[in-house]
Design a protein around this ligand. Structure first.
Ligand code: ADP
Ligand code: MG
Length: 324
């Protein structure tokens, strides 16, 4: 066979596999877009473990009416314009891949309005095929609806787990962002029932609202030339669960988890790390959950030092949440 370029629709479907592994990855991208758009109200609806519906409504800046179509094209972003930007990135997104990927493997609709315009736009894409674009009345902000994920890629659809398992991943993503963004309103509705309604509150309260079993939290904090590490331990809650954030991004890092566990055993914890952007490489994978440090040792030392502050009987510093 001779060599030929793949059609864009096929490129997008293949690329979608990188970004969209399961319903929870769709939710992650939609939450990040809402937060990047400075929303402080995020309402999510999920049906059938996200296989049937994932909908997110935000009150963020919205998309310029002339950019709505552009938003679902591949490698289109409003968030960076040069390679330098990704080393000091303040937003979650920058690849411009999410909406194009998601809309190529679902029945996708987006409604968005900016405050300066009397009307918004509604866009409908089905499996990567443009269906409809029109003016529409809408509140300021953006609503994205993703139906029948993978309806046109049956091989991927077969890889999805049970509704129950997919829902577990969805709730996990929701919780990760809701913990960090405690100053924002979050709602999660599952199959018609509200599972979480979280009003803006202090971080400790947010954690207790999400996990009603937690009643006591102990703070830890350390700041040095490497950066800042702080968080909460819940000594009584022995779930073996923990949430790690670096510069506001939920991450997984097995070495850090091991360091923490060796100190506090199975107690529930959250760890928030603030590091200079050049210390961290989020660019490892499009799903951006794995993280690599340019220098490992100083970060590990910082976390160990922070955990040592748990041993002091009274910790009474005030923690102010810093901007990412
Ligand atoms: P990225 O987030 O990497 O830029 P996406 O495909 O997720 O790429 O989104 C493409 C663009 O669409 C974003 O850069 C942004 O300008 C716009 N956009 C997407 N979602 C929203 C939203 N909820 N509110 C405002 N703008 C959005
Ligand atoms: Mg994005």
């Amino acid at each position: 066979m001779r060599i030929k370029k793949l059609p864009d629709s096929l490129i997008n479907k293949i690329a979608a596999g990188e970004v969209v592994e399961r319903p929870a990855s769709v939710l992650k991208e939609l939450i990040e877009n809402a937060l990047d758009a400075k929303a402080d109200r995020i309402e999510i609806k999920v049906e059938k473990g996200g296989k049937k519906l994932i909908e997110l409504k935000d009150n963020g800046t919205g998309i310029h009416p002339d950019d709505v179509l552009e938003a679902v094209n591949r490698y289109t972003t409003s968030k960076i314009s040069s390679i330098e930007d990704i080393y000091s990135i303040e937003s979650y997104g920058f690849r411009g891949e999410a909406l194009s990927s998601i809309s190529s493997v679902s029945l996708f609709s987006l409604i968005s309005r900016q405050a300066e315009f009397p009307l918004g736009k509604e866009l409908i894409i089905e499996g990567g095929n443009f269906k409809h674009l029109s003016d529409t009345g809408a509140p300021v902000g953006t609503t994205v609806r993703v139906k029948n994920l993978f309806f046109n890629t049956p091989a991927r659809e077969r890889f999805l787990k049970s509704e129950k398992t997919e829902l577990k991943h969805i709730i996990d993503v929701f919780i990760r962002y809701a913990i960090y963004h405690n100053d924002k309103y979050f709602k999660l509705n599952i199959d018609g029932k509200d599972l979480y309604i979280l009003n803006p509150s202090k971080r400790e309260e947010r954690i207790k609202n999400i996990f009603p079993k937690i009643d006591q939290t102990v703070q830890f904090l350390e700041e040095n030339h490497t950066g800042k590490a702080y968080g909460y331990i819940s000594p009584e809650t022995r779930t073996g669960k923990g949430y790690i954030y670096i510069n506001g991004r939920p991450v997984k890092n097995s070495i850090l988890s091991r360091i923490i566990k060796s100190k506090i055993g199975e107690s529930f914890y959250t760890l928030f790390l603030e590091l200079p952007p050049y210390f961290v490489d989020f660019n490892v994978h499009p799903a951006k959950i794995d993280v690599r440090f340019r220098k490992e040792k100083p970060v590990h030392e910082l976390v160990k030092k922070a955990l040592e502050t748990l041993e002091k009987p009274q910790i009474s510093f005030s923690l102010h949440q810093q901007k990412r």
